[in-house]
Design a protein around this ligand. Sequence first.
Ligand code: FAD
Length: 382
Amino acid sequence: MGKTQRIAIVGAGLGGAAAAGLLQQAGFQVDVYEQAPEFSRLGAGIHVGPNVMKVFRRLGIEKPLEAMGSKPDFWFSRDGFTGDYLSRIPLGNFAKREYGAAYVTVHRGDMHLLQMDTLAPDTVQFDKRLETITDSGDDVHLTFADGTEARADIVIGADGINSRIREALLGVEAPNYSGWVAHRALIRGDQLAKYDLTFEDCIKWWTEDRHMMVYFTTGKRDEYYYVTGVPHPAWDFQEAFVDSSREEMFEAFQGYHPTVQALIECTEEVTKWPLRNRNPLPLWSRGRLVLLGDACHPMKPHMAQGAGMAIEDAAMLTRCLSETGLTDYRTAFALYEANRKDRATRVQAVSNANTFLRTQEDPAWVFGYDVYEQPLREGIAA
Ligand code: FAD
């Protein structure tokens, strides 16, 4: 009897956790290696489109996510100065009917925990920062910063924008700084009661070169969240993010609508993050190594679909490996790339351009997509 074939996933972020859950559900033996010392409720708000909820349906977490998150009836876009409506994109029951699932906004950490809970016990190892990866042709050898090592038949690089596995495939290259930063702040819902203003469930305030996206992260509306896009000439900090301040926010959003001013007034803590991206990669896999999510196609976050693409990738890769079996991973990887690259690249381009839903447009190509309903287009094995 041959030895059990194993898949290693490096990175237990939103894409890695989805891949692990779906592959285990499909019967594969999966080990996940994550550099963080433990799970933590990282990040702030996240949009989860119906395209992603359809994948979560397979994982059994669609209903709990829907129950915990906010389900906006519309995505509004408004002029930051005048408050005029630029678009009213129907979500709510319309999304369920037209796109086949709900549109949810939620805390990223709460969603991530639901995802992690789908994994088989003891299949995630924390404190495992990948250092080297060697594809011998027969299997893959991984070494970690703590001095341990592992072997696997194939390795999925779900290790984010600074992916070591992308480096192994394509060489060391820092991502591009886009020239924009994102400020992120969570506001207690009860703080809003003192204003005679309407705080809409999901709204993006726009002016020419900047914006502020605002939404609730819970169904109870007790946590409101904003994330901005603001030009910032250079990112001179060593850290992944730095503290910002209410003063900096008032300056960046001078002249904006009173509702935005009220949100800044309510801000207790606000952080500032560089927005980075990469050009589309010339390859997504080589030999026994394959990439997904931000390791493969990082983007500015303005379409709120970066994690969506990582999770769709996870679903398509599982579909392709189930189709071919693990032994024929080359065909699976070629199929995967052939069936994901156009969509991920299109979303990456629109997200980087920051045009999505600014004016009244039909988002069905994004939200209506069902990764399980796509006829598989043939790929060419590398
Ligand atoms: P990540 O979630 O970054 O996970 C990578 C994991 O790999 C991490 O856990 C990391 O610790 C681990 N790792 C890295 N290196 C190593 C190593 N050497 N060894 C072991 N482990 C390693 N997307 C949406 O869909 N909706 C939104 O509303 C949204 N809003 C956003 C707002 C902002 C401000 C930003 C910056 C992004 C936003 N995104 C959003 C994008 C989304 O967060 C990312 O696209 C998504 O997290 C990518 O998932 P991933 O699994 O590929 O990478």
